[in-house]
Design a protein around this ligand. Structure first.
Ligand code: ADP
Ligand code: ADP
Length: 226
């Protein structure tokens, strides 16, 4: 069973008057362990696809299945990373990474151990007691990634995660992400408007055209030449 299936999905945001669909007739399949990049211009509906994946937004037409099932609630096991900074400034690196485990009721010693391991795996083992303001933008984004990965999501959704970083740092974070995720069986959907970022990172690249409603709004490319 694929992790994610969009089957002729159309999504309209709720509103009054004439509602223009945000995405039209999307077909997309993401198998376990794949790193799929969705690329397209701003406004083409990339974030909308991720909202459907997380269960925040219901499809208007067609079917969406997560792990083979059409859910009616928020989908379990989803990790979401965006460019927006959401670290708690009064908590340390360790405290921020451990936070979702704390919310899930994991005992203190265990969440400390897990968060410490995870901090190490994103290269922040020497920064456990630092506060977000003491870190660079790239380090803060690695903390956000660690805080998501520590929950061991079945599906990682990334929405322009490096959009706020300067060009040099962005390339370094791309390399970091690739090395961190390669060889794991994590399933990832990564959306970006940057084609070179998509080609660098993706096992598969999904191109979305600008205008919702065009016939071939989506084109799934597999087995990219390297
Ligand atoms: P992208 O992530 O590719 O920039 P979005 O998925 O954010 O695109 O947006 C796709 C379309 O849906 C756009 O036309 C946008 O204006 C519209 N849209 C996005 N969010 C909302 C919303 N909350 N309410 C109404 N329309 C929205
Ligand atoms: P708490 O969960 O007790 O409110 P935090 O959220 O700040 O505290 O910390 C989350 C986890 O990290 C806890 O398991 C805590 O034991 C551990 N921790 C916090 N600060 C430190 C520190 N300075 N050194 C070692 N472990 C720490």
């Amino acid at each position: 069973v694929p992790v994610v299936e969009f089957d002729d999905v159309t999504v309209c945001y709720p509103g009054k008057g004439t509602v223009r669909p945000a995405v039209v007739n999307i077909n997309l399949t993401v198998s376990k362990g794949r790193f799929v990049c969705v690329v397209g211009p701003s406004g083409c509906g990339k974030s909308t696809l991720l909202h459907v994946c997380s269960g925040l937004l219901k499809v208007t037409d067609g079917a969406f299945r997560y792990q083979g099932k059409e859910w009616s609630k928020l989908h379990p096991g989803i990790g979401y990373v965006t460019q927006r900074e959401t670290l708690l400034p009064w908590k340390t690196v360790l405290g921020n990474i451990a936070l979702p485990l704390k919310i899930n009721g994991m005992p203190r010693a265990e969440r400390r151990d897990r968060a410490t391991d995870m901090a190490g795996s994103v290269g922040l083992g020497d920064w456990l007691n630092a506060y977000p303001r003491e870190l660079s933008g790239g380090m803060r984004q690695r903390v956000q990634l660690a805080r998501t990965l520590v929950t061991e999501p079945a599906l990682l959704l990334m929405d322009e995660p490096f959009g706020a970083l300067d060009a040099v740092l962005r390339v370094r974070m791309q390399e970091f992400l690739k090395s961190r995720i390669e060889g794991t069986d994590l399933t990832t959907i990564f959306v970006t408007h940057d084609l070179s970022e998509a080609l660098t990172l993706g096992d598969e690249v999904v191109a979305m055209a600008g205008a919702p409603g065009s016939i071939d709004q989506i084109d799934q490319l597999e087995d990219l030449p390297r």
